[in-house]
Design a protein around this ligand. Sequence first.
Ligand SMILES: C[S@@+](CC[C@H](N)C(=O)[O-])C[C@H]1O[C@@H](n2cnc3c(N)ncnc32)[C@H](O)[C@@H]1O
Length: 332
Amino acid sequence: MSEERPASERHVPVLRDRCVNLLAPALEAAAAATGRAVVVDATLGMGGHSEAMLERFPNLHLIGLDRDTQALRLAGERLAPWNDRIDLVHAVYDEIADVVTDLGFDSIDGVLFDLGVSSLQLDERGRGFAYSYDAPLDMRMDTSRGATAADVVNTYDEAELASVIRRWGEEKFARRIAAAIVAARDEEPFSTTGRLVEVIRTAVPAAAARTGGHPAKRTFQALRIEVNEELDVLERAIPAALSVLGVGGRAVVMSYHSLEDKIVKSVFAAESSSSAPKGFPVELEEHKPRFRRLTKGTETPTAEEIAENPRAASARLRAVERIRTSRDGARS
Ligand SMILES: C[S@@+](CC[C@H](N)C(=O)[O-])C[C@H]1O[C@@H](n2cnc3c(N)ncnc32)[C@H](O)[C@@H]1O
């Protein structure tokens, strides 16, 4: 796919209106009180959600983060009309608190996470995220540093590989796939997605391959999560994002697989429940929850949205609002 197509034509933002509507009360209240609201789009991607927010809220300052420099460049072009209201930063989203502080803000009024890979990354064949194209086996969101998927499959020992594929891919044939990878790389190290797909195909029993979706899907997800350390980063990022939200501020997170959603669910549940020890007669101020849930369970796109944008199919949205600071007045 050509890089020349503008970002706005390459991507349909998932649950765009719902995300903006959930953030709206926080952004409008902050703008009414101080003349300006600050939001962080922690996963800028091609800037679709950011564009919708900048269009709707005239007093909004938007900080956009992405670890992918190509995404930052394309989003920068798309958001150029709002240049005086945006800061786009090359960062991993667990650095959110430092980025906010370094830009001179004490707190933010909203934060959005639209997790996972972007359409740009999946469609850009040379990036190696997709099992459907033969490409260099890379899968790094930030191509300026770190180990590639080829490094993982060529250097991890068999048990480590099986563990990665089972845990991050929830793949029941992980041991067979790991054994097949090790046997194949002894003949010749992996350098392309195509050869990896073929090896996985031969390792998965034919009956399972016919019924369980593409046989390489779960292994590719696992390698992508491992290469980008996605779940470790997310575990740090959600608490960090909540720590910089001011009272009344809102966080919206969209996950695309159960491992991501589990992390989000658990942080949101802990933050929106009382921390009073069981049987404590009164709830002290310091035990009161600092957040309230804005969504009951998860919200999902409509069948209509999924028909228009099949990548929305697995999206699960959760949102919370900050209702008090810590007792000592600290943000977190
Ligand atoms: C699903 S896309 C976001 C799409 C975006 N909402 C839009 O409307 O265009 C996810 C983006 O988050 C970025 N990303 C994923 N993990 C990240 C991380 N840990 N830190 C920073 N950016 C990350 C990816 O590079 C990708 O560009």
